[in-house]
Structures are given as structure tokens and as C-alpha cells.
Design a protein around this ligand. Sequence first.
Ligand SMILES: Nc1ncnc2c1ncn2[C@@H]1O[C@H](COP(=O)(O)OP(=O)(O)O)[C@@H](O)[C@H]1O
Ligand SMILES: [Mg+2]
Length: 252
Amino acid sequence: MIEISNLSYSIAGQQILDGINTHLQRNQITALIGPNGAGKSTLLGAIGRQVDINTGQIKIDGEDLQNITPQDQARLMAIVAQHLHVGSRIRVVDLLGFGRWPHAKGRLGPQDHFIIQSALAQFDLTDLENRFLDELSGGQRQRAFLAMAHAQDADWLLLDEPLNNLDLKHGRSLMAHLRQMVSEKSKSVVVVLHDLNFTLAWADQIVAMRDGQVVFAGPTTTVATSEALSDLYQTPIELLNLNGHFFAQYHR
Ligand SMILES: Nc1ncnc2c1ncn2[C@@H]1O[C@H](COP(=O)(O)OP(=O)(O)O)[C@@H](O)[C@H]1O
Ligand SMILES: [Mg+2]
């Protein structure tokens, strides 16, 4: 479990995270949702230690994040950020190789190459393995970073808007893949999602944020109500029940 206590972060006099208390459960898909500027990416960055928190504490499986070495952290969590910084002259297959470094101890072995190849296949990238990243479409590049995180084989996967740029097929395939990672490999997933319908279809838990605070959190089936979501996004959202599945209508 990731436990976040009294977490605050401000930069240039602006309060970006404001007293966050919440927890992220193991072996679940948790969707981090909320309007633009809510602080979702900053919170994910704080968990990944890409953002230095001002006050508060983050514990992962009972251990203060501050006490975990970078090497252990890389085995514990894989992060795919919202804005991917692309080293232009890196080939896809080499990017996935970076994901294996926490395990490979300096040199990739047969097991690493096997995992890289299966991650390429899993993310539909086998034909593109020798392409440079700047020769890929936005969606293909997104998939390459997701495949790298997959190859890292960490307990926790932290993904910031991974559906950005993905077409319908690859979006569904990613979410089905995350579900499989949770149910078959005991992974834990925290994912920033903008599409409420993907959230309703796949998330076990929701943490909803606005203005640097958690507005509500809990199991999707309990907390995802029309009222709560409309209030969160400050726009009318209807939930429609179709054969037992809920869909959000906010398009018109
Ligand atoms: N480096 C920064 N300097 C100043 N403000 C920032 C910085 N990074 C993010 N912010 C601000 O913090 C708020 C939260 O940003 P972010 O965590 O990216 O939100 P979200 O991912 O929910 O859209 C926004 O108002 C954003 O403009
Ligand atoms: Mg963001």
C-alpha cells in the first residue's frame, strides 16, 4: 500500500498539493481523476520522487520513501510521465533495455532479452523495434514507454495519462493488459485517466482531486456517482446504465 500523509507541495508561492491524506491499495487499478491543474501529475511525481515534497510523508509498503535507495525504488515502481522526454536517437528496443537496468546489474542477459521481446510483442511494437523514437507516431512512442515500464517488472506501475494518443484498440488493449498484470501478476496500478468511461470500465478504486486536494476516494462502484463527478468537474455528467455497465454522458 502507498500511504500519503499530510502531503503538501508549493512552488513559487503557489500551493499545488494541499494536505493530501489518502492511500493507494495494492493489487488494484486506482484511477487518479480530476480537472486540469488538480495536481494529479504532481502527486504522481511526488510518489516517484521526481518532485521534492515540502511537508508530509509517503510510505510504500510501510517503508518511508525517503529511506528507499534509487535502485530499490526502480524495482518497486515504474513510472510513465505525462510528458515524455524523448532522447531522439534511441531505438525502441534500447529504450526497453533501459527498463531492465534495475535487474540486469550492468549487462543484459538472455532473460532480459526475453522479457524485452515479450514486452515488444505485448505492446504491438515488434515491427518497430529498430526504429528511432523520433520516427514514431505519438501513440507508438507512448506504447514504447509503456512497454519499457512493463519490462521494468516493478510491483507498482504509475502511469500519467497513458491513453493519450492511443487509438481505440490500443487504449482498450492497454487497460486489459493492466487488468491482467493486477490479477495474474499481483501488480498494483495507479493511472491518471481523463476518460471517465475508461475509469468506469476498468478502475477498482478512484482518487478524485481538485485544487491540490483529494475531493473523494474509494471503490469506483461506491464513489462514482453522477453528483460527485459533476461536482468534481464542475460540469453536468449523467451516468447511464447499459446492461449493468455504467457509462458517462457529458458530451452535450
Ligand atoms: N514547475 C511548476 N511551477 C509552477 N507551477 C506548476 C509547476 N508544475 C505544475 N504547476 C502547477 O501546479 C498545478 C497542478 O499541476 P499538475 O500536477 O500538472 O496538474 P494535473 O496533472 O492534475 O493537470 C497547476 O496549476 C500547474 O500549473
Ligand atoms: Mg497532469
